[in-house]
Design a protein around this ligand. Structure first.
Ligand SMILES: C[S@@+](CC[C@H](N)C(=O)[O-])C[C@H]1O[C@@H](n2cnc3c(N)ncnc32)[C@H](O)[C@@H]1O
Length: 394
């Protein structure tokens, strides 16, 4: 694509977004990336990738030394490098060097010689959720990046932790197979993980029960008060059940939140009307014949072998004529995946020895456990999809 063709595409999508088309945003960002690629020589493209590490390192220094915090605290006034260095007990030369990168990438404004002012990206970057994301990604991912070559030439890449002798990159760099083991031992990373996850839950994005038309699907259902309407398997603190119940308080039946004792013990007060149940999802499912079994952000943490095991326990409990399984997770298209989805897949490999699945990979997984994919429900905003599955009937 020529530069002017790529530019025309950007202009078209920018106009669509300005005219209120919410779906245009992701396409606009993709078109901007394509425009940059069209304008760059191959040398410039590869060198951009080689040098992007300098940006991450500069950001991490600025966060640790609170450069951006001090700039934001000026409430719109500018501040000099000398003042930042004094306020943060940092070296002035280091401050200037790091701020040069940060202003060049737009994280802060350079308003004069060695003078800086906050912009909206600076203010966002120091929010607790952003600091948490920085620590989560930089500290863990650079730890793995630093060991990668030695690891590839030593044990070699083990994407999954199914076999007892598997050495994941996470284990090689951080000592535990996957992130969850590390979080049990590392309070700073645990807090960063929790804050990051909380900040990622954006309430105005479509909820799973809107993406999947739950009210319509359950309208003609008349469960008794003791019949189970929904089991959230590995449901964490139970926010999804709580939101669903709040939105549709009239829907009768039991709502069961299942998770490991450690997770349930952390819930100070279980959401109203929701029953908590300690349960390991590799063991037989105690709640039989529920209308809905629900798995959100669970299977992407596990290999196909482990996911098949988890799913089989649910399939055994499902009533083939009545139960539906809903899986709320990423679904990558077989071709043309968005960059963020492709990156999330790598993140799942690195942090959890899991994977984000394509449509074909989901179908193959369902085939191995006797599930039929009924439909994939998606929304134009956000990355979540809801896979609707039923027990295979002959
Ligand atoms: C990524 S979290 C997703 C939580 C929740 N579904 C959500 O969307 O917020 C994965 C959940 O799986 C739970 N989990 C991990 N291993 C489990 C097991 N063997 N049995 C039951 N739950 C488990 C974790 O405790 C955690 O709450």
């Amino acid at each position: 694509m020529s530069v002017s063709e790529a530019l025309a595409q950007v202009q078209k999508l920018a106009a669509a977004e300005e005219a209120g088309d919410k779906d245009a945003h992701a396409s606009l960002l993709k078109a901007i990336r394509e425009l940059q690629l069209a304008a760059e020589t191959p040398l410039e493209t590869t060198s951009r990738f080689n040098f992007q590490i300098m940006q991450n390192i500069s950001i991490r220094v600025a966060i640790e030394n609170r450069f951006l915090h001090v700039i934001v605290e000026m409430n719109g006034q500018s501040i000099s490098a000398g003042e930042i260095a004094k306020e943060t007990s940092s070296d002035i030369l280091l401050t200037v060097r790091v701020m040069r990168v940060l202003t060049a990438i737009g994280l802060c404004d350079e308003v004069g010689n060695e003078r800086y002012a906050a912009n909206d990206k600076t203010r966002f970057k120091i929010l607790p959720g952003s600091i948490a994301a920085e620590k989560h990604h930089f500290d863990l991912d650079f730890g793995m990046g630093g060991k990668l070559v030695e690891y590839m030439r030593g044990p070699g890449i083990h994407q999954f932790a199914d076999k007892p002798d598997a050495i994941t990159l996470f284990k090689y760099a951080h000592g535990t197979d996957v992130i969850f083991g590390l979080l049990e031992k590392n309070a700073e990373q645990k807090k960063a993980f929790d804050d990051y996850m909380a900040a990622r839950r954006i309430d105005d994005m479509p909820q799973w029960f809107e993406i999947y038309p739950a009210a319509e699907k359950l309208r003609d259902l008349h469960p008794g008060p003791n019949d189970t309407l929904m089991v959230d398997v590995g449901g964490g603190p139970g926010q999804e059940l709580a939101r669903f119940k709040k939105r549709y308080p009239e829907i009768p039946g039991r709502f069961v939140l299942q998770d490991l004792p450690l997770t349930l013990e952390r819930i100070e007060k279980p959401p109203g009307g929701i029953e908590t149940m300690e349960y390991d999802f590799f063991t037989p499912q105690p709640v039989k014949g529920a209308r809905l079994y629900f798995l959100r952000d669970v299977l992407h943490n596990w290999s196909d072998a482990k996911s098949a095991h988890i799913l089989s326990r649910i399939v055994e409990a499902m009533d083939p004529e009545y139960s539906t399984l809903l899986i709320d997770d990423y679904v990558l298209p077989d071709t043309g995946a968005e960059l963020r989805a492709a990156e999330m897949d790598i993140l799942m490999w690195l942090h959890t020895a899991g994977l984000e699945r394509t449509v074909s990979q989901w179908k193959n997984l369902f085939d191995t456990v006797g599930l039929d994919l009924v439909q994939i429900w998606s929304s134009s905003c956000g990355n979540e999809s809801v896979l609707e599955a039923r027990v295979h009937r002959l």
